[in-house]
Each structure stands twice: as C-alpha cells, then as structure tokens.
Design a protein around this ligand. Structure first.
Ligand code: ADP
Ligand code: MG
Length: 398
C-alpha cells in the first residue's frame, strides 16, 4: 500500500521513472526477510550450542518455556544420586544373613531396578547361592513378588508390606534407624512373615549441591520427588539444601504431583531418569531427562542431558534465557531496518534533504539487515557455560 501511494504521489509531482523507482525501492526495503530469519536463526544456533555442551533440545518452543521456570523438581535415584546403590547392611533376627540375602537375590534376579541389581551383586560378592523364581512380578515403586519352590517372597518398601497386612513388628525400629542414616530399608518377607531387612545406600553426585545452589541463585525453588523412604529423602534434601521433599510417591502419582504444582501457579521443570519418571517428564512444562537413564524417560522429555553432570540443568536454563533474549534483539533489528528505511525509500526526506533510496541501495540494505540478524544469532555460539557452580561435593556415601 505504501508503495502504491508513493507511486501515485511521485507520478503526480514528477516523472514516471522516478515513481517506478520509489515504488520498487519501498517494496524491496519492506520485504520482511530479516523478520523471518530472526527467530529460526537464533533457535538453530542456540540449539546447536546446547548440543556442544551436551544439552540435546528437541525443539525451539521448549526454550520459551524453559526461561519461565519457577520450580525445578528432581528425582532422587539416578538423577541426584549416581543410581548405583550398594548393600550396606543385612539384618535378620531369625535367619542367617546369607540365607536372607539368598532369598532376596532369588526374588530380585530378574528385576531391572537398581536396588535389585545391588542385592544380586551383594549375593554374588559374598558367594551366596540363589535360585531362580517360578513366578515373578515387579511392583513399580513398591518392590518385587516372587514364588520359589512354593514359597512366596516379597522384597520391597516397609510401607508396601504394611499395606499387604504384613507386620514389621520388631523391625520397625531398625527401619527408622537405617533411614535416619540415609540408607534405604528394604524388607524381605517369606510366606508373609518378615525375615529381615536389607539396607542400601547410594552416593550423591558431585554436582548435586552446586546445582541446588545455582538454582537458588536464579530464584528457582527446588523439590525432591522420590519413591524412596521419607527419612532418606529428608537427609538428602538436608545435605543438598533442597527446599521441599515429596517422598514415598508411587510412579503413577509422580505426574499428579507435578500437575498439583502447576495448578498452584508454578512453572515446573522436571529432571528425571527412570521409567517411573516418564509420565512426570511429559506432564512438566519442561521435561529434562538424564541421558544415562531409561529410553522411555528420554522419549518423554523435551531435553536430554548427556552424561550425568547436573550442571547442565543450570546451563539449559541460562541458554534458554540467552536464546530468547537473542531472538528479541533480532526482532528489534529487523523491525528497525524496515521502520527506518521505508519512509526513506518512499521519498519522505527528498523534499527537505534530497535523500532518496535507489532500489539497488534498498536491496543492499535488505541484505545487510539479514546479515546483522544472522550475525547477532551467531553470537550465541560463544555462550559460556556457567563455571561458578562449586564442584565441592565429593560423592560422600550417605
Ligand atoms: P525413585 O523414585 O527414587 O526413582 P522408585 O520409584 O524406583 O524410586 O522406587 C521406590 C521405592 O520402592 C524404592 O526406594 C524401594 O524401596 C522400592 N522398590 C522398588 N522396586 C524395588 C525392587 N525391585 N526391590 C526392592 N525395592 C524396590
Ligand atoms: Mg530415578
């Protein structure tokens, strides 16, 4: 429209050649190339910079959400901890320790759970023999049920066994004591009678404490979400300065907890690694999977972090911030060129200053605006990883 009006105006006051020149110059300079480039170029560069830092971002849209995050929810096993627990205690008041471990290892042999692997490894180390179960059933977030030679073996959380009506009786105190030491108590019951306890402990990642500190500095609240025993979760939260603990949550309820937070007005990022985290990763505004975790967690997440260093969570959030800011700068540049140069091309400044934009210069200016937008986007290449996070936490056995 501006081009047509300019054409008519120039035709009225001047020659046809001038009118044509002005009309074409306006058309060229108004072409919103730079505007079209502004967003995708920044996203592309931001995403590729992320990949260099071991942050795999599925699409650009998630960056917009990532910079608005107010709460980060972190899974415990395998995310905040290494996820390679080991057996620390084997306690039985009636059976030999070897016998207890043998029952547990027989039941756990087929399970993928890190605790199952730790129990089988402990049996292997101590030279304990085990049998293979005839029946085998995993209860996500609870434990395992197996039948061996007609004996029903349950290995799982104290809570699950109590739900099944199996009394912990004299082991109750041991459960409390172990969890206060930061160990996860797992109960072994044979034919609905408690035979003993196995305690497992995992090590915190070196980057765990630094992650929480850095998130706090960004004004973000940190919540620990785990299926593990309350006492253990509390200790880890205390060690790492985590604000809130949601523990003894079944895998099926993890997503519901995220939803509750969202309904309370929080923008939630979930960081997790396990099969049990997948629904929560999908529910969260931003799902971040740890690359060493389960495939389904990675599939459900928007972002996958390579390796197990948690500093990448902070880098993800600041990269998102830098990318969105870069897009805004680009949009500003793109609009700036068009808004300044359209009136010049239309010949508004001709009567006063004799300034006119020839179509050739208009084309050059268009090119320049695209170049400036692209060049600005490329600045994201030099986005610096945050180095201020102290790596002062050396995998202490909890
Ligand atoms: P997290 O949320 O920390 O990743 P899970 O949901 O996998 O933990 O498990 C929650 C709890 O259920 C564990 O702390 C453990 O006590 C118990 N549990 C789950 N599977 C097993 C198993 N195969 N053997 C023993 N205990 C188990
Ligand atoms: Mg986990």
């Amino acid at each position: 429209a501006i081009s047509l009006v300019s054409f008519a105006g120039w035709l009225y006051f001047g020659a046809l050649a001038d009118a044509l020149m002005v009309a074409v110059a306006v058309l060229i300079v108004a072409c919103p190339c730079a505007l079209g480039l502004a967003t995708p170029t920044s996203m592309m560069v931001g995403i590729s910079r992320g990949a260099e830092m071991g942050i795999l971002i599925r699409n650009g849209k998630v960056l917009e959400r990532a910079r608005k995050i107010t709460t980060v929810v972190i899974d415990k096993t395998g995310t905040l901890t290494h996820g390679k627990p080991s057996v620390t205690d084997v306690i039985s008041q009636t059976e030999g320790r070897g016998r207890l471990l043998s029952y547990a290892a027989s039941a756990e042999f087929g399970s993928e759970h890190p605790y199952a692997k730790a129990i089988v490894a402990a049996a292997r180390e101590t030279g304990t023999a085990w049998a293979s179960p005839q029946q085998f059933e995993a209860m996500p977030g609870k434990g395992i049920r197996a039948v061996i030679d007609g004996e029903e073996i349950l290995v799982g959380t104290p809570r699950w066994l109590m739900e099944k009506g199996i009394a912990l009786s004299s082991y109750q105190e041991e459960v409390e004591r172990l969890s206060e030491e930061g160990k996860t108590p797992v109960v072994v019951a044979v034919n609905r009678k408690v035979y003993g306890l196995i305690a497992l402990s995992d090590t915190l990642k070196e980057s765990a404490k630094g992650l929480v500190a850095a998130l706090h500095r960004m004004g973000i609240k940190v919540i620990l979400l785990t299926g593990d025993h309350h006492g253990v979760a509390q200790i880890i939260a205390h060690e790492t300065d985590i604000d809130q603990v949601i523990s003894e949550v079944l895998p099926t309820d993890k997503a519901a907890k995220i939803k509750e937070l969202q309904q309370a007005g929080e923008q939630v990022a979930m960081v997790g690694d396990g099969i049990n985290d997948a629904p929560a990763l999908a529910q969260a505004d931003v799902g971040i999977a740890i690359g060493t975790g389960a495939d389904i967690a990675i599939a459900a997440a928007d972002i996958t972090l390579m390796g197990e260093d948690l500093r990448r969570v902070v880098n993800t959030l600041s990269l998102a911030d830098a990318t969105i800011q870069n897009i805004r700068q680009n949009l500003f540049f793109a609009f700036l060129y068009n808004t300044i140069l359209i009136p010049v091309a239309a010949g508004w400044f001709y009567p006063l200053f004799g300034i006119l934009l020839s179509p050739i210069l208009a084309a050059a200016a268009m090119g320049l605006s695209s170049i400036s937008v692209t060049a600005n986007a490329l600045r994201l290449k030099s986005f610096k990883e945050k180095t201020y996070i102290p790596g002062d936490y050396h995998g202490r056995q909890l």
